[in-house]
Design a protein around this ligand. Structure first.
Ligand SMILES: Nc1nc2c(ncn2[C@@H]2O[C@H](COP(=O)(O)OP(=O)(O)OP(=O)(O)O)[C@@H](O)[C@H]2O)c(=O)[nH]1
Ligand SMILES: [K+]
Ligand SMILES: [Mg+2]
Length: 433
């Protein structure tokens, strides 16, 4: 087995044809490959125009850039070819690179993985970068950018240092006392500082709900009896005919989702099957899925129509908005939002109410956590500290609990790593990043 690392390469820009296609190479053989194809290495980090040759054939005239280690994204020797964005040309050059000894096509996220391994970014920031690449709305972009730029990482590092201090103080006190009664050797505010930190972790873990809504979108599930006008409403809100509408009760069976951008915030509208008892197996399955959708909703729009009498009651859910649909057909119940998709009435007030609801989820408010992995790490660090507080009279145990809390943060940053976290994270990237 060779000890020399593979040099990886990939098309790092988007779909072809395009104006420009960027092929990126990273690893020890990046420089020699660049020399063979374009001549002597240009000065570092300067874009220069060169012929790109394979054997005796000149294939393109391209801008190239040479970024020697460690001053590159991956921390390795890196080269980029900014070619004309032709599918055939790119295929030819990728084929040529793949035929070279020590070079191979990069796996998804492998450039970022190398950057992580070189200490260029921690796991939290790498997650942020994946989020940034996938961001569709302004709020998602802001949340991802602050994560990528290290707001959360900085805070985690600060907490980690405070944990190390607390543990050192506890162990120092242990060395002084031979009876194990460390109380008098600890600073008077020791317990208070542990409690402060536990509270900070808990408060951050609590922001997960908001962070998740920004990252994954607010899930707005439209539910109600058959023929209440649910599919008509999703079509009207999404301004597209994504759901089938007919006068037949039980038209919708599948759960249908459509993302919309509401003032920079992602909202995922979900259409569901009308709720009723039925003999149809397919419809019953649709109804089962409708209940699951309601369970995972952030907001349930509960529709009632004047021409659909029903004894169904609104589902138990913290955020149910009752909507009187088909308001053109009759008077709506007090305290409900009247809408008519026939006249396009009431849609703007509904969107305004959603926008107001979402104002609480502004990404600029604070460093929010947005991944379940963050929430778990912070909650387990907090409970470790709470437990430590309850057993300060057994200082060895308390010290080891504080150590466990530190490990939770280390795992989140990626300082200690179960491989599966890495694999899951880097596979979120596309090839070429
Ligand atoms: N007058 C009037 N009719 C409406 C309105 N919205 C929907 N309808 C009609 O009501 C019927 C049922 O509409 P859908 O949107 O399919 O209702 P649904 O709740 O999705 O029905 P299922 O999928 O079967 O549960 C259709 O004939 C629609 O044209 C409205 O605002 N006014
Ligand atoms: K219907
Ligand atoms: Mg429907």
């Amino acid at each position: 087995m060779s000890l020399v690392r593979d040099t990886i390469f990939a098309l790092s820009s988007g779909a072809l044809p395009a104006g420009v296609a960027v092929i990126r190479l990273s690893g020890p053989a990046a420089g020699s490959a660049l020399i063979d194809m374009t001549g002597p290495l240009p000065p570092p980090r300067r874009l220069v125009l060169r012929d790109v040759r394979v054997g005796s054939a000149t294939l393109d005239r391209a801008l190239i850039v040479w970024m020697p280690a460690p001053g590159s994204f991956t921390g390795e020797d890196t080269a980029e070819l900014h070619l004309h964005g032709s599918p055939a040309l790119v295929r030819k050059i990728l084929g040529e690179l793949g035929g070279r000894h020590g070079l191979r096509l990069a796996r998804p996220g492998e450039f970022t993985q190398r950057a992580f391994e070189a200490g260029k970014l921690d796991l939290v920031a790498a997650d942020g970068l994946a989020d940034l690449l996938g961001a569709e709305t302004e709020n998602q972009r802001r949340l991802a950018q602050s994560r990528f730029e290290g707001g959360l990482s900085e805070r985690l590092e600060g907490w980690r240092e405070r944990l190390l201090d607390l543990r050192a103080e506890l162990e120092g006190a242990l060395d002084f006392s031979d009876e194990g009664d460390v109380g008098e050797f600890l600073p008077p505010d020791f317990a208070e500082r542990v409690a402060d930190l536990a509270r900070a972790f808990e408060q951050s873990a609590d922001t997960y709900g908001r962070g998740r809504i920004i990252r994954e979108g607010l899930r707005v599930v439209i539910a109600g009896p058959p023929n209440a006008g649910k599919s008509s409403l999703i079509n009207a809100l999404a301004r597209s005919d994504i759901a089938i509408v007919t006068a037949e009760a039980g038209t919708t069976r599948d759960v249908r989702e459509v993302p919309i951008d509401l003032e920079g915030q992602l909202v995922v509208l979900v259409d569901t099957a009308g709720l009723r008892t039925t003999d149809s197996l397919a419809e019953a399955e649709g109804i089962r899925r409708a209940h699951l959708a309601i369970d995972t909703a952030d907001v349930v729009l509960w529709l009632q129509a004047p021409d659909v009498p029903t004894d169904l009651v609104a589902p138990h859910h913290p955020e149910v908005w009752t909507i009187s649909s088909k308001a053109d057909l009759g008077a709506s119940a007090p305290g409900t939002l009247p809408i008519s998709t026939l006249n396009a009435d009431g849609l703007d007030p509904l969107l305004l109410r959603l926008t107001a609801f979402l104002a609480d989820f502004d990404a600029g408010q604070s460093v929010l956590i947005s991944h379940e992995r963050d929430r778990q790490a912070l909650s387990s660090a907090a409970s470790g500290l709470r437990e430590a507080l309850s057993c300060l009279d057994r200082p060895e145990i308390a010290a080891s609990l504080i150590g466990t809390a530190t490990t939770s943060l280390d795992r989140l940053i990626g300082r200690v790593d179960p491989e599966h976290v890495l694999d899951a994270l880097f596979s979120r990237f596309c090839i070429g990043k």
